[in-house]
Every structure is written in structure tokens, then in C-alpha cells.
Design a protein around this ligand. Structure first.
Ligand SMILES: Cc1ncc(COP(=O)(O)O)c(C=O)c1O
Length: 448
């Protein structure tokens, strides 16, 4: 006969005596030390205001999906559920759908990579791959080298795992090998070997530059000579305006950890990216992926796979790049027409971004609220550095707004800049505190 259940202990048995409750730590005090590095990116914080329709947002790097063939994609989604729903809606392999991994190898072949599908790990966007790679390589305090400036999402992952970032400057041809050698030499003198070089060789986010082909082997040689692993992040490589592609670092060295994504060449909302890693790294990466998600979503992977198999995706990429080139041209024309003297910027040959340097004395982070009031948004430069640099820089994304909106946005930005310069002319350059809004202003190797 079932026994009556034992009554639960009275609440007085588990709640600490009066007085102890008052001493209980706040929930945030129980967090791990590594959460201190997890701060909201300025760009994310900006999204809410910048997405108001009256604001021209040149801030976020949202791909322009207007050119996607939505009707035929709707057909693919319906067909996927009707025919393969039992698989697409089920758990899958932690490493990713095998057919998609084969297709990913065909995509990478466009940049000279010869890869085995067994070495591809599909992730939830390449952001997840970045997180996992940092997780398996970096202990707290480890040093990661990254271009200065660098991708804000990568800096977020490095901070979350308490890695320290040392920036290496770029010029108009990308990462400067001599400065990389110098940085490694000076770290070696302190007994430090960085774990990783994190680099975005093509159509850099946020700097817009591309690593010169002649420099690629040299960068790899330098890293090999210091025992530093190279992580190549390449979401924009197929978005060159001349149609030209560059040999991936991974095509020159099989030890490179390569990250790719369908976010910019197809649809960012599907969250399908990947890592191509040497076999010795793969098993650890798959285990790390398993602990994060069990497996990437079968549904979106199978949709991407159908898209690659049944659509002329190369032409679709061409359509995208034509739209981006038109927008880049509108941005460059407007910068030339409206911006005050003393501003400089690069001319990107692909991708989404222009990196702008404003006149001495203007602080782009401090100026941002005034810009948003004037109904234009950008991403201020300091968010792209781990060391507080970038107060005179800002990133303009031309990928999303129409050319007309881009022109209007730059006209508004120019008005805000003129007003800042007027104030400076009237009251003199504001004295900058040693650790002001933009952080230390001492010369840094990361000055672009
Ligand atoms: C350089 C770089 N790496 C990675 C990502 C993340 O891409 P995904 O959407 O695949 O996570 C982005 C997105 O903007 C990026 O610019």
C-alpha cells in the first residue's frame, strides 16, 4: 500500500535565520569573474535608437536582403518541411549536416581552399565559432593579437574568456608584417607567447581594407616562427566589388583555423556559419560545440543546403555586391561633397564598411548622442579597440540604407561635425582628461 508522502520540511527549516538573509549577496555578486568582461557592445546598445525610421543608421552591419528571391525560398521552406520534415525538425549531428559540409567545401574552393568535409564544423553563425575557438584556446590572461581596429564581436568573445588583446596596426594594405614581428618580439621579451592571431584579411570589419596578397605568406611565416595559431575570419571574402577573390590564408597553410559564414552571402537570420580546422583541433571543437548547443539547427542547415543545390547562388552574390557597390559609391560621393576638411577615409573594394577619421579634438563617442539627435547614427571607434583607442574614428556601414538615405545621413553627419568644430573654434579644443570618454590617448601601436 502506498505510504502517505512525507510532508516537505517547513519553510523555517530551509530559510536562514533572520539577519542572515540580509547578508545574502546580490545575484550579480555570485557571477563568475569572467562576466566582468561582458559588457554590452555600443553597437547593440545603439540598435534600439538607430532602428527608428527617422534615423538614418550607418551604424549596424545588417546585410541587405532586398535582393533575395523570397518567393522561391518560401517554396523551399514548405518543401523542406513536407518532404524532409522528420529529419529537418529533429536533432542532428554536432558537427553539422554532412551534405552541407560538402557544399561548404565547394564554397571555400572559390578562395583556393582544398578541404575535407570531415574537418568542417557547422556553427550557429561564425560568431559561435569565434566563441568556441576562444574557449578551446584561451585561458584567462592569455594574449590574443588582433588588428587595430578589430571586429567588435571577436573582442567580446576574447573579453568573455578573459584573454588580453594586443592590437597590431594596419595600413591601406591590411596588417603590417613588420609591426606584427615587432609586437611578437616585444611580447617575447616579456616572456609572452600569444595564443592566437585573429585576423580578417578581406574587406575588414571595421577598417574596410584587404590584406595585400604579397603579405599573406609573410604573416603566416611570422606567426609560425613564434608558435602562434592563426584564426582567419572571412565572412566578406566573396563580396569584392571587382569580382576578384583573394587566396585565403588557409589555402596557404593547413594549420590555419578558418571561419566562414552564410550571413553576408545568403541570410544572416538563418545563423549558419562554420569553422574549418586542422584534424587535431576538430574533435575538441566538436565537443565544445556539443556542450554549447548539442547540435546546430538541422532545419536552417538543410535550407542552406537546398539553396546552394537549387539556386544560382553565385549570381545572387553578384546581385548583392552590385547593390553594395552602388551604396559604397553613394557614401563616398557624399563624404567628398559634405564632410569638412580634416576628415579622411578609406575606399573599400568590397564588404560593408568605411572607416572615417575626424579632425583632431572631435571625440566620436561623445558626439554620438548629438548625431542621433540629428537623426544619423554611426558606430564610434573605441568599440573596435580593446585598449580605449579610436576616439577620432568611426565606422560607417553602407550595406543597408538606400543610396538616397546614405547621402542624407552623411549630410546630417557633416552638420553635426561642423557644429563640433564650431564649438572648438569658439571655445578652443576641449582639454582631454587623461582617461576621458575615449580612454587613454597615449600613442599606441594600434593607431591605424
Ligand atoms: C568579421 C566578422 N566576423 C564574424 C561575424 C559574425 O557573423 P555571423 O553572422 O556568421 O555570426 C561578423 C558579423 O558582422 C563579422 O563582421
Amino acid at each position: 500500500m502506498p505510504q502517505p508522502a512525507t510532508p516537505p520540511p517547513s519553510s523555517s527549516a530551509i530559510v536562514p535565520a533572520t539577519g542572515a538573509a540580509a547578508a545574502a549577496p546580490a545575484p550579480t555578486e555570485r557571477f563568475a569573474a569572467r562576466t566582468a568582461g561582458m559588457t554590452a557592445s555600443e553597437i547593440r546598445a545603439l540598435f534600439a535608437v538607430a532602428s527608428r525610421p527617422e534615423v538614418v543608421s550607418l551604424a549596424g552591419g545588417m546585410p541587405n536582403l532586398a535582393a533575395l528571391p523570397l518567393d522561391s525560398l518560401a517554396g523551399e521552406v514548405g518543401d523542406l518541411v513536407a518532404r524532409d520534415g522528420q529529419v529537418a525538425l529533429q536533432y542532428g549531428s554536432a558537427q553539422g549536416v554532412p551534405a552541407l559540409r560538402e557544399q561548404i567545401c565547394e564554397v571555400m574552393a572559390l578562395e583556393g581552399i582544398r578541404a575535407d568535409p570531415d574537418d568542417v564544423v557547422v556553427t550557429v553563425g561564425s560568431q559561435m565559432a569565434l566563441d568556441l575557438v576562444t574557449r578551446i584556446y584561451c585561458d584567462p590572461g592569455d594574449v590574443v593579437l588582433a588588428e587595430g581596429p578589430s571586429y567588435v564581436g571577436a573582442l567580446g568573445s576574447f573579453a568573455a574568456y578573459q584573454a588580453r588583446v594586443v592590437h597590431v596596426a594596419m595600413d591601406e594594405h591590411g596588417l603590417v608584417p613588420e609591426l606584427l614581428r615587432e609586437a611578437l618580439g616585444s611580447l617575447a621579451a616579456q616572456g609572452i607567447t600569444p595564443k592566437l592571431l585573429y585576423t580578417i584579411p578581406n574587406f575588414h570589419n571595421p577598417a574596410g581594407v584587404t590584406l595585400a596578397v604579397e603579405r599573406r605568406a609573410e604573416v603566416l611565416e611570422i606567426c609560425a616562427s613564434y608558435g602562434v595559431a592563426v584564426v582567419e575570419d572571412n565572412p566578406y571574402g566573396l563580396l569584392g566589388f571587382s569580382g576578384r577573390t583573394y587566396p585565403a590564408l588557409r589555402s596557404l597553410d593547413r594549420d590555419v583555423v578558418y571561419l566562414g559564414s552564410f550571413s553576408k552571402t545568403f541570410a544572416s537570420g538563418l545563423r549558419v556559419g562554420w569553422a574549418l580546422v586542422p584534424p587535431a583541433v576538430r574533435d575538441r571543437l566538436v565537443l565544445a560545440a556539443e556542450s554549447a548547443t548539442l547540435c546546430p539547427p538541422s532545419f536552417t542547415q538543410m535550407l542552406v543546403s537546398r539553396y546552394l543545390a537549387g539556386h544560382d547562388w553565385r549570381s545572387q552574390i553578384k546581385t548583392f555586391t552590385e547593390a553594395y557597390r552602388e551604396r559604397r559609391d553613394a557614401l563616398l560621393d557624399a563624404l567628398e561633397t559634405y564632410l569638412p576638411d580634416g576628415c579622411t577615409w578609406n575606399v573599400p573594394d568590397g564588404g560593408f564598411y568605411v572607416w572615417l577619421t575626424v579632425p583632431e579634438g572631435v571625440d566620436t563617442k561623445a558626439m554620438l548622442p548629438r548625431a542621433v539627435t540629428a537623426r544619423v547614427a554611426y558606430a564610434s571607434g573605441t568599440g573596435f579597440y580593446a585598449d580605449g583607442f579610436g576616439t577620432r574614428q568611426l565606422r560607417l556601414s553602407y550595406c543597408y540604407p538606400t543610396p538616397e538615405r546614405i547621402t542624407e545621413g552623411v549630410r546630417r553627419l557633416a552638420g553635426v561635425l561642423e557644429a563640433e568644430l564650431d564649438v572648438m573654434r569658439t571655445f578652443g579644443t576641449p582639454a582631454r582628461p587623461a582617461f576621458g570618454a575615449g580612454g587613454p590617448q597615449t600613442p599606441s601601436p594600434s593607431t591605424p
